[in-house]
Design a protein around this ligand. Structure first.
Ligand code: F6R
Length: 369
């Protein structure tokens, strides 16, 4: 059942290109437009929406953080992302023009379920993004967009995360398409790029041996920090979460620009710091900033592990270890940038003798609040 792999997690990491492709299947028509008929919220209603609120936990929450960048950029609808466990306790502002998106692999996470019940009581429409057919969260939602990752067995989420991202992009692009925005051309171009992205994920998977080697060499470390900007920031959070839950190491993700406001004090000689560099094309300001962040931490002794687009000459001189990923549009980069971080955490956990598929203290679905 592990299909020749030692762990379900390895199998599920390897299944990601297919999971991504399956989640796109049938949702892009021949003309390059999105058809999300299964989302039973009328286009009239979608045009009326004035706010999107995403609720989720853990890895699904990180998918939501990335979705916010996409939704606000392509649709100009304000979007908030909230930990489901905090949501209903702070009396959130919700009304029938708020679209609440609940993201959950299992569809059974109690925190997320309680958040969506609260939203529906306030009259908001709830769209679930879920991987499990017929589970509670989609059953109690107004509409559902299923991710087609197939069953995820390992406790640490991998392929479900990538498909949650795909579903979030589809929702963002669909809202843009339905409502019409000035980004029409960009939306069409991104739909084209998205339809080819599973091949890029496949390419990343083929180049992971140096990442595994690096992970093994760091197995005696106590702390690993992760930095990113823009959508690279939630990717950094996800990299840190994977390392905590699998390797039981102290790991933290930071927005790179926030470093100088405190966390830079943590940097010690030879401390591994993973940096997710944005594409040097497109929004080059972001890229310039990350290069100076890398220089800052390196000057303080950090061992820099940089995930950067192929051919990124500007970061190379400051990277003690360079992990190359294929070029993608900025907003889609998390689909390729997360993969090395999954492999890194899995290999480090194995090197430390941990049970990869079943980390201590954790359960696959958290059905208590
Ligand atoms: C981390 C992980 C958890 C889940 C979280 C939400 O690898 O798996 O953080 O993402 O418990 O679970 P779902 O998506 O089932 O609601």
């Amino acid at each position: 059942e592990k299909g020749g792999y030692d762990y379900f997690m390895l199998k599920e990491i390897a299944e990601q290109p297919k999971a991504v492709a399956d989640t796109l299947l049938g949702r892009i028509d021949a003309a390059g437009s999105l058809t999300l008929d299964e989302v039973r919220i009328s286009t009239a209603e979608l045009r009326e929406i004035d706010k999107v609120v995403i609720v989720a936990c853990g890895t699904a929450f990180h998918a939501g953080l990335i979705a916010k960048y996409a939704i606000e950029h392509w649709t100009r609808i304000p979007c908030e992302v909230e930990l489901a466990s905090e949501f209903r306790y702070r009396d959130p502002i919700l009304d029938p023009r708020t679209l609440v998106v609940a993201i959950s692999q299992s569809g059974e996470t109690m925190d997320t379920l309680m958040a969506l019940r609260h939203a529906r009581e306030q009259g908001s429409k709830v769209l679930a993004i879920c991987n499990t057919n017929g589970s509670t969260i989609p059953r109690e939602s107004d509409a559902v967009l299923y991710t087609h990752a197939g069953p995820e067995v390992a406790v640490a989420s991998t392929k479900a995360f990538l498909t949650q991202l795909v579903a979030c992009y589809l929702v963002a692009l669909y809202l843009g398409q339905v409502r019409g925005t000035k980004w029409g051309d960009e939306i069409r171009a991104v739909i084209r790029d998205l339809s080819k992205i599973s091949q890029e994920v496949e390419r990343v998977l083929k180049t992971m041996e140096p990442v595994r080697e690096l992970a093994r060499s760091l197995s005696a470390k106590n702390t690993v920090l992760f930095l990113g900007r823009h959508v690279g920031y939630p990717v950094a959070l996800e990299g840190a979460l994977k390392l905590k839950e699998l390797a039981y190491m102290h790991a933290e993700g930071f927005a790179a620009g926030e470093l100088k406001h405190g966390p830079i004090a943590l940097i010690e000689e030879d401390m591994p710091v993973v940096v997710v560099a944005p594409s040097p094309r497109g929004r080059s300001v972001l890229h310039d900033k990350i290069v100076s962040n890398i220089q800052e931490i390196r000057a303080r002794g950090a061992r820099t592990i940089v995930i950067a687009e192929e051919g990124d000459e500007a970061v190379a001189p400051y990277a003690d270890h360079l992990i190359s990923i294929p070029a993608t549009p900025t907003l889609l980069q998390p689909l390729v940038a997360t993969v090395p971080l999954q492999v890194f955490a899995c290999e480090l956990a194995t090197a430390r003798g941990n049970e990869v598929d079943q980390p201590r203290n954790l359960a696959k679905s958290v059905t208590v609040e």
